[in-house]
Write a protein that binds this ligand. Structure first.
Ligand code: ARG
Ligand code: ASP
Length: 700
């Protein structure tokens, strides 16, 4: 039986294509897609993309930190990713005297490149189907719990062996298709990664949250790092003795520009998609979960913005937090809208109905969907309460901080407090407390209230303003000095701690219940996935994204966001100048850029009298793909992926080729900024440019 599934999966994994450009493909199986890619314009072979025998494109791509992608662009370890991916590092090096966030940073020589403790990048060495080895000892009578134990035990051994294969190797084994298949991913990890350059936020974050998730876009979202290695070119912890890493592969940069219809592909580390979930789950996401979370975040954002607008200091303190909250807030709205527009719930329901009829005479699938629906319903209320708790009570900064502080290693507390209070403004938090707890009372069933909370409501007669007033003045967590002069035994009875603990105890329990149900559901999805593949023989199946290396391909293409409107696929400096406004923080470009525009001194980066800035294409991407190389038919770098368009943000659940577009920075805009705005043209000397179909354009 098991054998049959494996064969089935090996052959259906990447075959059949009906919906254009949907999919995030495993590089190790790209040979099954290569013909289609070539028909669409690719001029490379499968082995050029991924190979264990020869150097391939994958050797020039890294997972950057925990949630982004980056690619090598010189023989000396130079790496490019997004500005928003390097944001934490840029911020960490910034101070009032050296405000790199505002002014940008450019190392003018190697000795000025800045180390980043904690930042790692990893190259994929290989990926391998380990399903059989991982399931060794598993028998179908086992429970899901026992199956997971077997998988964990087998995986541990396999991983240990793989990690011995090379210096600084690290391996993961992950399920694909809900555990029908298991893959091992072996990486080499580098931990000396230095900041080389970043444009000012007025370029790197141009348009801010107003333009985020939108097209047309003009954000110069890039930053540059360099990987260092020891003298033998092996990974090593930071050391002054380290030298620039010599990568097996780095990307040549195309200066040819992009045209509508050009073939492109994106090679990177997409984080998470859920393309195969049932209609009832989609319904929950679009109609219950997203609206509730959006509402809570709208309140928090409004409160933060009110204070940010009235104080420059608060604006800086809350810049990064506010951006983080706004990012998902905006995406959820686009996602829910897209799901409604596509009628995904009804579409999926229809599919499930026909699946049910097809399954009627197949004992292994008959009744499966019904069973899944009943599991989904059985824990929906707990799931909702848990999600709501996370977005409300746990979004109160002092509540969360108090919990983390007491749990932290006492030696690390001072540092924790330092970084927390630096960016904390109590009036914001107090107002948010009142708002989100009010919503919690309105939206969450009383059976999910901790007893302690019920007692509080009684005590304050549900007057949350009064409750907040007392909480925020009584708590030792109100400021750092007070906190650090309060003895531990008093702290453990602090109002914030009592509040946190009461919720945490109850919600840990609820969380465990949710996890158990998710496991049970996962087991059913495993069968459903197999059934779907047998049922929909003309559909293409690719494993959901899980932060592993994938290839998505498509073409440069505009789209129509609404009746009567058509969006062209590329943007230019003209659009930046149209948006430029010294009065609006997010649109206030550096004076230097205005001066360059006035003199039209664009040098070799000029195109049609302007400078190209960004473009869109039909590649299927998601969070984690940020920083991914956008590559042309010959394997040259043409752009850096950084976002998706608003109308297509439901692509994590359902992909619509008419509006789903990834947004890429045109690589020539990055080069223009480095050369003309930053005056860091020495970096260009390390890069290799190609022009006119592959001829090598020597550096001038
Ligand atoms: N929307 C992009 C992504 O999901 C860019 C985010 C940058 N952050 C921001 N708040 N503008 O990561
Ligand atoms: N902006 C996302 C990222 O940071 C990419 C996306 O969601 O399309 O990975």
């Amino acid at each position: 039986m098991k054998k049959i599934f494996l064969v089935l999966f090996a052959t259906t994994l990447l075959t059949f294509s009906t919906r254009a450009d949907e999919g995030m493909w495993l590089p190790s199986q790209i040979s099954e897609k290569i013909k289609e890619m070539q028909e669409k314009g690719l001029e490379l072979s499968a082995a050029d993309l991924y190979s264990l025998e020869q150097v391939s494109l994958k050797d020039g791509i890294v997972q950057f930190g925990r949630g982004c992608t980056g690619e090598l662009i010189s023989a000396e370890g130079l790496l490019i990713t997004n500005h928003h991916c390097g944001y934490g590092q840029i911020q960490a090096h910034s101070s009032v005297e050296h405000d790199y966030l505002t002014n940008g940073f450019w190392a003018m020589n190697r000795s000025e490149e800045l180390p980043n403790p904690g930042l790692t990048v990893r190259f994929l060495v290989r990926m391998e189907d380990v399903t059989e080895a991982v399931l060794n000892g598993y028998v179908s009578t086992m429970s899901e719990e026992q199956r997971l134990e077997t998988v964990a035990k087998n995986s541990k051994k396999i991983i240990e062996e793989a990690q011995k294969e090379g210096i600084s190797y690290s391996a993961d084994i992950l399920p694909l298709f809900y555990g029908n298949v298991y893959y091992m991913f072996v990486y080499q990890v580098f931990s000396d990664v230095r900041l080389v350059g970043a444009p000012p936020s007025s370029i790197g974050k141009f348009g801010g949250d107003t333009d985020n998730w939108m097209w047309p876009r003009h954000t110069g979202d890039f930053s540059i790092f360099r990987i260092y290695a020891d003298k033998n070119n092996n990974p090593a912890p930071y050391s002054e003795e380290n030298v620039p890493y010599r990568p097996k592969h780095f990307f040549n940069i195309s200066l040819d520009g992009v045209q509508e219809g050009d073939f492109t592909f994106v090679y990177g580390f997409p984080g998470s998609t859920r393309e195969y979930i049932l209609s009832s789950e989609v319904d929950y996401i679009a109609n219950i979960s997203n609206p509730a979370k959006i509402d809570l975040r709208t309140q928090r954002l409004d409160i933060q913005r009110k204070y940010m607008e009235s104080s420059p200091a608060v604006r800086i303190q809350y810049a990064s937090k506010n951006a983080g909250i706004a990012n998902a807030w905006k995406k959820w709205q686009g996602e829910a809208k897209g799901i409604k527009r596509l009628e995904t719930v009804a579409q999926k329901r229809a599919l499930e109905e026909s699946f049910k009829s097809w399954a009627a005479d197949k004992p292994q699938y008959n009744g499966l969907v019904e069973k899944m629906d009943s599991v989904i319903l059985s824990y929906r209320d707990e799931l909702f309460a848990t999600e709501y708790f996370n977005e409300s009570a746990l979004s109160v900064e002092l509540v969360r901080f108090a919990g983390n502080y007491l749990k932290a290693d006492p030696q690390k507390r001072e540092q924790l407090a330092q970084s927390f209070y630096k960016d904390f403004y109590l009036p914001i938090d107090k107002e948010i407390f009142v708002a989100v707890i009010n919503s919690f009372i309105r939206d969450v069933d009383q059976c999910y209230y901790p007893d302690y909370f019920k007692a509080l409501l009684e005590k304050y007669d549900s007057d949350l303003n009064a409750m907040a007033q007392e909480f925020f003045s009584n708590t030792a967590f109100a400021d750092q000095q007070r906190l650090q002069s309060t003895p531990e035994e008093i702290l453990s009875n602090d109002v914030m701690i009592l509040f946190y603990n009461a919720f945490n105890d109850l919600y840990r329990e609820l969380g465990a219940k949710v996890t158990t149900s998710v496991k049970e559901l996962n087991l059913l999805y495993r069968s459903y996935m197999r059934g779907l593949m047998e049922f929909q023989t003309d559909r293409l199946f690719y494993p959901d994204a899980n932060l592993t290396l994938r290839i998505a391909y498509g073409e440069v293409k505009g789209y129509s966001p609404a009746d009567g409107i058509y969006y062209h696929p590329s943007s230019s400096l003209e659009g930046i100048m149209e948006k430029d406004n010294p009065e609006i923080y997010d649109y206030n470009i550096p004076q230097r850029l205005r001066d360059i525009y006035a003199t039209k001194d664009y040098g070799r980066w000029e195109e049609n009298g302007s400078v190209p800035v960004a473009f869109i294409a039909t590649n299927h991407t998601t969070g984690g793909n940020s920083g991914s190389p956008v590559i042309d038919a010959e394997g040259n770098l043409i752009g850096i992926n950084f976002d998706r368009v608003w109308e297509g943000t439901m692509s994590d659940i359902v992909f619509d080729p008419t509006v789903c577009r990834n947004i890429a920075l045109d690589i020539r805009y990055a080069l223009f900024v480095i050369d003309k705005v930053a005056g860091a043209s020495h970096l260009l000397d390390e890069m290799v440019f190609v022009e006119e179909n592959g001829t090598n354009a020597m550096n001038e």
